[in-house]
Structures are given as C-alpha cells and as structure tokens.
Design a protein around this ligand. Structure first.
Ligand SMILES: C[S@@+](CC[C@H](N)C(=O)[O-])C[C@H]1O[C@@H](n2cnc3c(N)ncnc32)[C@H](O)[C@@H]1O
Length: 185
C-alpha cells in the first residue's frame, strides 16, 4: 500500500456524524445529483458522501463506489444496509492503478472525487478513465484538501483534467479545500 493512502482506521473518523458540523453532504451534492442517475465515487472511504449520493439517485439510480481497501468497503456496505440504501450501492474493490470502469463507458452522469485524487498513482490516468466513463455534458466534482494539496499541485491536477477533455465549469467554495466542477466536453 502506498504511504500516501489514507489508513483504513481513519475511515471511521471521516464517516463520523461530527464531520457534518463542517461539511454538509446534502448541500454539496444536491445541486448535481438527480433521481435515476448513475454516479461514480472513487475513494469513498466508509461512505460519508455515498449514503447521501444513494438518497439523491433514488431507487432507480445507482452509486458505484470504488476503493482499494476492503475494510473501507465493508463498513460502507454495512452503513448503507442500515440506512436501507444498499440496493442502490455497487461497492467495488479495485486495483490501485485503475478504477476498472470499462463497463460504464459513456454511462456515468456524475462523479464525486473527494479527497482522493492526491492518493492515486496518476492523475492523468485517472482523468482519462473518468472521462471515458462520463456521458458528454456530465460533471465531475473534484475536491482536494488544502492541507495535503498545495495550490500549484491542484492547478496541475486541473491541467491533467483538461488534457482528458474535462473543462472547468465552476470553482465552488468548499471549506479548507480546493474545488472545481468539471464538465466533459
Ligand atoms: C482520504 S480518504 C477519503 C474518503 C472519502 N472520499 C471522504 O472524503 O470521506 C481516501 C480514500 O481513497 C481510497 N483510495 C486511495 N487510493 C485509491 C485508488 N488508487 N483507487 C481507489 N481508491 C483509492 C482510500 O482507500 C480511501 O478510502
């Protein structure tokens, strides 16, 4: 496991209800997610955002949550089951170098990439894969923690996104983070 990957035990802290005091998943995601959508969430951890995504896509939608750590996904599935949302969540264990999204080519309506891109081996490879999965016109919300990712590194990430065909639509304000709403052109 790469040193920069979030340890599994930190997943409990990230999924804690206390995090809602500084970050409201419904407020962040509701403008972007509607019923029936197919959403991908690389690096969901234990599902702090996944449950809200599952609520927003409704019974006819689905959330594909992709993580390299089984402990993160096991806890995510337990939390989804408890909330009655497990049927809408497709939790997939993936390899570090690829999200394995070929079955979703051109079928994804929205992607949430929250506090994970800096942990991936290659932003270029990730954005190429994500852009292939997104429908034309679909959006990807990228959020990176300002404590771990300096402004110049975030700019380099946006450049990698642009090279994959994802243009910046907006720069939303997200507490103590860099954020960009990207659109597949
Ligand atoms: C800092 S946590 C963020 C969790 C969640 N997005 C949140 O904000 O609560 C990063 C997550 O990305 C996952 N991750 C790291 N490298 C990954 C990779 N190559 N592919 C998929 N997930 C990865 C980690 O296992 C961890 O669950």
């Amino acid at each position: 496991m790469s040193e920069r990957v979030c340890p599994w035990w930190l997943g409990y802290l990230l999924a804690s209800p206390l995090r809602r005091l500084t970050c409201n998943p419904a407020k962040l995601l509701a403008p972007h997610v509607r019923e029936g959508m197919t959403v991908i969430e690389p690096g969901p951890g234990m599902g702090f955002f996944t449950l809200e995504l599952a609520r927003l896509v409704g019974p006819s939608g689905r959330v594909v949550a992709l993580d390299i750590q089984p402990r993160m996904l096991d806890r995510l599935k337990k939390r989804a089951a408890k909330a009655g949302l497990l049927e809408r969540v497709d939790a997939r264990l993936v390899a570090p170098g690829s999200m394995g999204l070929t079955d979703l080519a051109g079928a994804v309506d929205f992607a949430l990439v929250y506090a994970v891109l800096h942990e991936l081996p290659s932003a270029d490879a990730f954005f190429t894969e994500a852009a292939d999965a997104l429908r034309p016109g679909a959006c990807l919300l990228l959020v990176e923690p300002a404590g771990h990712v300096k402004a110049d590194k975030f700019q380099a990430e946006l450049k990698a996104a642009a090279q994959a065909g994802l243009e910046v639509l907006d720069r939303p304000s997200v507490g103590r983070s860099h954020a960009a709403l990207l659109k597949k052109v």
